[in-house]
Design a protein. Structure first.
Length: 97
């Protein structure tokens, strides 16, 4: 028997709307957050930054922050949560890129 609350993802992009079977409500629009992205530089995949710059799409940082980047990250300290997550990744924290 199929799980009535199973989430069926029709795309690998988490910002696109998933299809839902069952009675669970899922937010389909990304919630763009105000706040500490103005105070910190966050870790985001390089290809996502490029897509955001070209298409104006929001990005998701390692810490979960969702926003459309529009400032020079070199002017801000690194987000402590992103840094901790990055250092915990395989190969994270080394200087190889």
């Amino acid at each position: 028997m199929a799980d009535p609350h199973r989430l069926v993802v029709s795309s690998s992009n988490p910002l696109e709307s998933p299809e839902l079977t069952g009675d669970t409500l899922v937010e389909t629009e990304p919630v763009l957050e105000e706040g500490d992205h103005e105070k910190f530089a966050h870790y985001v995949k390089k290809d996502k930054i490029m897509a955001s710059a070209v298409l104006g799409e929001p990005v998701i940082a390692l810490c979960g922050k969702v926003w459309v980047p529009n400032r020079d990250p070199s002017r801000f300290p690194v987000c402590p949560a992103c840094e901790a997550i990055y250092k915990g990744l395989p190969g994270g924290g080394d200087d190889e890129d």
